[in-house]
Design a protein around this ligand. Structure first.
Ligand code: ADP
Ligand code: GLC
Length: 487
């Protein structure tokens, strides 16, 4: 058994902007189910405090770089007995808006100070200086918001082993030299072998350099980020760490209790791989509540996404528009929020095809489950995708994903070639080039195969019976926790 401090800036259902939150809840839970002593640590955002019952203040401490003392609050992750500690500092975290941005979408101006404070608190917990009488064997950091912690721990003799998991290289926590100065960090960290990155300070680079081991969330992405196209300038460093055996790709799992079509409380009709036909009832209801014509033989396409360039939203819009112009028998149901340009293009698409396209701009947990349960195919033509959870949720719900061959999408979706279908391993549709034309070809293949209900059902069953739970991956993490230093 290892004692693991799992630090993350978002944890479902307390605070979520994307898949990081899902993983930061479901992985610690899986680890605790495997007998590990895990404590999750996150900032006490205003939203979290509203959602938690029985919060207890268990410590108060003074951290370098901030004049007031901060609190450590304790609760359990809803629905589990996993302990979650929260960093209480009302000046930094008790505000409306998201974890990184203001209600109008602009980043908080003091993000560097907010997450530097979080990192200092991680350090205090890691060396048992927070008054909690608990010393972790392993500190598991996630993404840039936790990157300074391994750096600040590096010269501490009594420190735990450190792992840094990359969920997305596109967000690195870059700030100016003036910000570095304002954070009162050791001057020695400002070096090319530290967190200096082309004249800026990089939280991410600090994590990559100073952690004992780096993981990322799929084997394919672990290879891709060593390349100029996906490494955002850090590919050289990542290649070095990969060559010395310090970078591993471990595929995310999904929460099999929360995402289970046989028990999902958000959906009307439950079904499983033994009763795939019952899914049709969810399709009918979804069409009805989305004000689309009810039609069983129309290919119903789903899209749930942060609306950002990473997700290839522009490719989805162009491809669906083209197929609708041709009069293909398809409908699109879309749920998402993000950049204004994509929200606008989706609104234009809906206005052009009001009886073919349904659109919800915003964040809606229940609707996301209903879409997964109701649609026939799920669009995820990402330009890059470290892992991706939605294609795995889709697979579990017998919804065939249409994906670009990249990162975790390439590791989870097997293309519906004739050969793969014969071997009963096909579970979706894949393409390579990031263009509307390539996506359109995949969509055409899906439309054609949808005319053959038996073949389609076979793929649904293949998708639904593959194991995407944490079972395997949690074991890989535990093995890593035991052998970090030997590496
Ligand atoms: P990323 O973390 O890059 O956004 P993932 O596929 O790993 O991509 O995870 C996305 C998560 O966020 C999934 O749980 C998905 O259901 C959820 N999600 C994204 N957009 C919305 C939305 N508008 N409403 C509800 N859930 C959403
Ligand atoms: C990031 C990635 C996504 C991944 C998630 C959880 O948000 O964009 O691909 O699934 O983290 O690891």
């Amino acid at each position: 058994m290892r004692k693991i401090l799992f630090a993350s800036s978002e944890v479902h259902p307390l605070m979520k902007t994307g898949g990081l939150a899902d993983v930061s809840a479901s992985l610690p839970y899986a680890l605790s189910q495997h007998g590990q002593d895990v404590r999750v640590f996150m900032p006490a955002y205003r939203q979290c405090l509203k959602k938690l019952e029985n919060i207890e203040r268990v410590a108060a401490l003074k951290l370098d770089g901030y004049h007031e003392s901060v609190d450590i609050l304790e609760a359990t992750l809803p629905g589990t007995d996993v302990v979650v500690w929260l960093l209480g500092s009302s000046h930094h975290f008790d505000r409306d808006g998201g974890p990184y941005s203001q209600p109008d979408g602009e980043d908080w101006e003091d993000n560097a100070a907010r997450f530097a404070l979080f990192c200092r608190a991680i350090v205090a917990l890691s060396v048992n200086e927070a008054g909690l009488d608990w010393q972790p064997d392993v500190l598991h950091c996630n993404d840039w918001q936790t990157g300074l912690a391994p750096a600040l721990l590096s010269d501490r003799a009594e420190r735990p082993d450190t792992i840094f998991t990359i969920h997305n290289m596109a967000y690195q926590g870059l700030f100016g030299r003036d910000v570095f100065d304002s954070l009162d960090l050791p001057e020695s960290l400002w070096s090319i072998d530290g967190l200096e990155f082309y004249g800026l300070m990089s939280f991410m680079k600090a994590g990559l350099i100073f952690s004992d081991h780096i993981t990322t969330v799929s084997p394919s992405y672990a290879r891709e980020i060593c390349d100029i196209e996906y490494g955002y300038g850090l590919e050289g460093l990542l290649r070095q760490r990969a060559e010395s055996g310090h970078l591993t790709g471990i595929l995310n799992g999904i929460d099999y209790d929360e995402w289970n079509p046989a028990t999902d409380t958000h959906i009307e009709t439950h079904y499983s791989a033994k009763t795939p036909n019952r899914k049709k009832k969810n399709k009918r209801l979804l069409q009805q509540q989305s004000y689309l014509p009810i039609s069983e033989d129309t290919l119903l396409i789903g899209l749930i996404s942060r609306l950002v360039s990473q997700k290839g939203v522009d490719l989805s819009i162009a491809a669906v528009a083209q197929l609708l112009e041709e009069g293909q028998n398809i409908q699109l149901i879309c749920l998402g929020s993000g950049e204004e340009q994509y929200e606008h293009s989706l609104r234009v698409l809906r206005a052009r095809f009001p009886d073919k396209v349904a659109l919800t701009i915003g964040y809606n947990e229940t609707l996301s489950h209903q879409i997964e349960a109701g649609v026939d195919v799920f669009l995820m033509p990402s330009r890059f995708e470290p892992c991706g959870l939605n294609q795995m949720y889709s697979l579990r719900y017998g919804t065939l994903p249409i994906v670009r061959n990249t990162g975790g999408l390439a590791d989870t979706v097997v293309d519906a070639t004739e050969e793969n279908r014969k071997a009963e391993i096909a579970n979706g549709f894949c393409f390579t080039e990031a263009s509307p034309e390539a996506l359109i070809l995949s969509l055409r293949r899906a439309i054609a195969l949808f005319q053959h209900p038996r073949k389609w059902r076979k793929m649904m069953i293949t998708a639904m019976t593959h194991d995407f739970s944490w079972e395997n991956s949690a074991t890989l993490y535990i093995d890593l926790y035991h052998h970090i230093k030997e590496r």
